[in-house]
Design a protein around this ligand. Structure first.
Ligand SMILES: [Zn+2]
Length: 542
């Protein structure tokens, strides 16, 4: 698809805004490798998680927007920081004692706790790639240790050595007084014990391209007694070929400089790091990339989600209750807002996704490019856009309520009701089947445990009885007519209408809330609702 200038100006979604910033920056700085280069970072001390997914997905959407706006292809490097030292044994891995013996070493030099790969980070990197491949992301994988040890970073490392004091000048003001003296951009890997966290630089020798270090640092975790201590080695080593790595903020700048990264986004917690890395990148002689920062996900209570605490949802947990597209929409919407990531946001995002999907067929070309569907179903939106859509007004909440009232896992029965309500649902059988699967699990785990049928109060009883009588004499199945009759029943009895509807939900589905009552009764059927109401009135009285 190619768009003219006027059409491009009508692209308003955030990925396009990001591209405008990127295009502006490219006027000052051509892509180093010919193609515009995007980057995402991954710390392989743990498994990939929802934050990893979100960052790669959002970056991918900016790439797609860029290609739409310019017609040019781009590259994405998924970079793994596997030369970083391991300071603490994560809680969720096997063979923790074995790993504890290797604390302080680079992740790429620690054995794989799962015993499957050549190293700790080898295992985690493989998981990252499986994960990205599973979701169909397009990327080039880069392992930090291969860049260091393969000499890819040598030129940049030489520049860091040449600009040693300038770089210290950027970082020192951000450190506490007592940490300043010992701070060096370089982190030597001890020749003798192989640790990176126990060494410190004591002198640099730019004329020889080397530095001198001592290995005398230590750390012990109080709770476990695990930690590391230096071996006492003192040596002079070259700064190149993987003999040393550089500390995190310098590492980021080194990558940007070496590869010529044009765009990288990062979490809000890294804003200050990104500023410092940008300064260092300029000292090395390159423009830093452009990119937005995104807000962090929050847990149920509104606390920031942390890998180590384990609050918030995993991708697998989301996918148990909602399709991947609903997760993609959650991640797509407002990256600049701190969103609560908890089970209860899933139904809403499924329904928003279905809503976008059902509007798609009627959108013109530009409106389609501004729809989240364009990004969530990118390949199909390009190749086969007319196949995308959703033809009924069924949604997850309707299905969930149906499951709730039927109190059954009988898929055929659920379909019978759905088709009676919306015969055109047949066209989307596969999608709806998937939703039924999710609704059944969601119902079992979240709705069923809170179900509490209640007999109407004496005050509400006349209104309930009036509606039951009306339903008994009603021949149609029109949601609006039923809704009006329900209003009339409540009004005539002189009760609070909101309380009346709540009473009906408590009686029919054992919940405080439900869909529009008229819609619900139409879906479940007038006669079935009548039977259910009468049965519950008897059952709850006895
Ligand atoms: Zn050592």
């Amino acid at each position: 698809m190619s768009l003219d200038k006027q059409e491009i100006n009508q692209l308003k979604q955030w990925p396009y805004r990001e591209c405008r910033g990127l295009m502006k920056s490219l006027k000052k700085r051509e892509p180093k490798s010919g193609k515009v280069l995007f980057e995402t970072g991954y710390g392989p001390s743990g498994l990939p998680h929802i934050g990893t997914f979100a960052e790669v997905a959002r970056t991918t959407w900016v790439r797609q927007a860029y290609t739409l706006m310019t017609g040019e292809q781009t590259l994405l490097y998924a970079f793994s920081d596997d030369m970083d030292g391991l300071r603490k044994v994560p809680n969720n891995i096997p063979n923790r004692e074995l790993i504890a013996e290797h604390l302080g070493k680079p992740l790429c030099d620690i054995p794989d706790p799962f015993g499957e790969r050549e190293s700790y980070s080898g295992y985690m990197n493989a998981k990252l790639r499986e994960f990205l491949d599973h979701f169909g992301f397009d990327y080039t994988f880069k392992a930090s240790h291969e860049q260091y040890r393969g000499g890819v970073f040598n030129e940049g490392l030489g520049r860091i050595l040449d600009n040693y004091e300038k770089i210290r000048g950027v970082i020192l003001p951000t450190l506490s007084e007592e940490n300043r003296a010992d701070w060096s951009p370089f982190m030597p890997i001890c020749r003798s014990c192989g640790k990176v966290n126990s060494t410190r630089v004591v002198a640099t020798h730019p004329e020889r391209g080397t530095l001198s270090y001592v290995c005398d640092g230590s750390l012990v975790h109080e709770k476990t007694g695990w930690g590391y201590s230096g071996c006492g080695d003192e040596s002079e080593i070259p700064v190149t070929d993987g003999n040393v790595k550089v500390g995190w903020k310098v590492d980021w700048a080194l990558r940007w400089y070496t590869f010529g990264v044009n765009y990288e986004m990062y979490g809000k917690d890294l804003i200050d790091s990104a500023k410092l890395s940008s300064k260092i990148c300029r000292i090395l002689g390159e423009q830093p990339p452009v990119g937005m920062f995104y807000e962090m996900f929050l847990d149920q209570e509104g606390h920031k989600i942390s890998k180590s605490i384990g609050n918030g949802l995993t991708i697998d947990e989301w996918l148990t209750y909602g399709p991947l597209e609903s997760l993609a929409l959650f991640i797509y919407k407002r990256p600049d807002r701190a969103s609560r990531l908890h089970f209860d946001v899933i139904p809403q995002h499924i329904d928003e996704y279905l809503n976008h999907l059902s509007r798609w067929p009627d959108l013109d070309r530009i409106k389609r490019c501004n729809s989240p569907v364009y990004f969530i179903h990118h390949a199909q939106a390009q190749d086969d856009p007319e196949q995308l859509g959703f033809s009924t007004d069924l949604n997850f909440n309707v299905i969930l309520n149906l499951v709730s009232v039927l109190n059954s896992e009988d898929r055929e029965m659920i379909w019978t009701y759905l088709l009676r309500y919306r015969p055109d649902a047949e066209q989307d059988r596969e999608l709806i089947d998937g939703l039924i699967d999710k609704a059944l699990v969601y119902y079992r785990d979240f709705v069923l445990p809170t179900k509490d049928y209640q007999l109407p109060s004496d005050e509400m009883r006349p209104a309930v009885d009036a509606l039951v009588v009306w339903l008994d004499g009603y021949d149609g199945d029109d949601a609006v007519e039923i809704q009006n009759a329900a209003y009339a029943a409540g009004k005539d009895a002189g009760v609070n209408l909101r309380e009346f509807f709540k009473t009906m939900y408590q009686l029919l589905i054992g919940q405080d809330q439900g869909p529009r009552l008229g819609t619900f009764i139409q879906l479940y059927g007038v006669k079935d609702t009548l039977k259910l109401a009468q049965a519950k009135l008897v059952e709850l009285s006895g």
